[in-house]
Design a protein around this ligand. Structure first.
Ligand SMILES: [Zn+2]
Length: 336
């Protein structure tokens, strides 16, 4: 059976890069490409570049190259490049598919960067890189078994197993957003129905709000979306929640229940010592994570007979993927 294997490492010798070496970390988001320069060891950022993500699939690779070029020209000490993309990225740095980068198939991102810049380059799933950042520098530090869930428009994630971010046979491991939780649920960005993401991400929050509107409630949220249910976004719900709208409270309560179900399943599967929640949604309110935590005990097998797994907010925000990309770039230069 075919398995996507790693390309050879960036350099022949497994030695640490010279003092003063710098690494470019790039995070490709749905709307923006963020690039930054670090020492590949910590999170201190020495330079950054932000550009819009091209809308046309064939422009994605040139868009990434442009961000890297801008940073490389300003930072002559750069010796390696890491890129995070939201999708299935194999061990060789080829993006095979991403529900949020529709139309980009089989794109050899690492190969393209290597070719253009003549520097070791590596590409990874963005959730993998966010998990690497939290494990090495953030909220999951010191935990050999951890689950990192990042809630944005969709759900990203990474699984720390035995002290390493789990990669899987092809490099595709750690996509908790596409676990099926409800056969009769909502349509997911991946085209399937009932993925966890469709009820537990920003898009999922909007789906749950539409359910409530269909039940004849949620008037304030509907008004904020201009009266069109299809235009309801997660932000409309969180704004109504902050304003004390009881229908928004109801929606958030369903939302946290679904999140707890998914986390309970992940705990049953992986037995982590911590769960880290990242992304904008965990910032909705201080009580939000507490609300999720209180429901997880009932959502995991034997919940009353096992240690309580702390659920904590991520230490890193929007830059966790790009910081992780630079960490990974340094690792790649040393070990491949
Ligand atoms: Zn899905």
């Amino acid at each position: 059976m075919k398995v996507f294997r790693s390309r050879a490492g960036g350099v022949a010798t497994a030695t640490a890069p010279k003092r003063g070496s710098r690494f470019i970390g790039v995070d490709v988001g749905g709307t923006k490409i963020l690039g930054l320069v670090t020492d590949g060891l910590g999170a201190a950022t020495e330079d950054r570049e932000l550009q819009p993500t091209p809308k046309v699939p064939s422009e994605l690779a040139p868009g990434i190259v442009e961000v890297v070029r801008t940073l490389a020209e300003r930072n002559p000490g750069v010796v390696g490049i890491g890129v995070g993309v939201p999708g299935l990225v194999d061990h060789a740095g080829v993006l095979h598919y991403g529900p949020n980068v529709q139309g980009v198939l089989g794109l050899d991102i690492a190969g393209r960067l290597d070719e253009v810049f003549g520097l070791p380059a590596v590409a990874e799933n963005d959730g993998y890189l966010a998990a690497l950042t939290e494990h090495r520098l953030g909220a999951a530090r010191g935990h050999d078994h951890a689950v990192i869930v990042t809630q944005g428009t969709g759900i990203g994630g990474g699984l720390i197993v035995g002290g390493q971010v789990l990669r899987g046979a092809n490099g595709f491991a750690g996509e908790p957003g596409h676990m099926l939780v409800n056969r009769f649920g909502h349509r997911c960005a991946c085209g399937r129905t009932g993925c966890w993401e469709s009820v537990s991400s920003g898009a999922g929050l909007a789906n749950l709000a539409r359910d409530v509107v269909e039940e004849g409630k949620g008037g304030e949220i509907l008004a904020a979306a201009g009266g069109d249910p299809d235009r309801i976004r997660g932000e409309h719900v969180s704004a109504a929640f902050v304003a004390g709208d009881p229908d928004a409270v109801e929606i958030l309560s369903r939302f946290s229940w679904w999140i707890a179900q998914g986390i309970g399943s992940l705990i049953a599967l992986l037995d982590p010592s911590i769960v880290v929640l990242g992304g904008g949604l965990s910032a909705i309110s201080d009580e939000f994570i507490d609300g999720v935590s209180s429901q997880v005990t009932d959502a995991v097998v034997g919940g009353r007979y096992r240690p309580v797994v702390p659920i904590v907010p991520a230490d890193f925000g929007a830059e966790s993927g790009a910081v992780g990309a630079a960490l990974r770039a340094r690792d790649f230069v040393i070990n491949g």
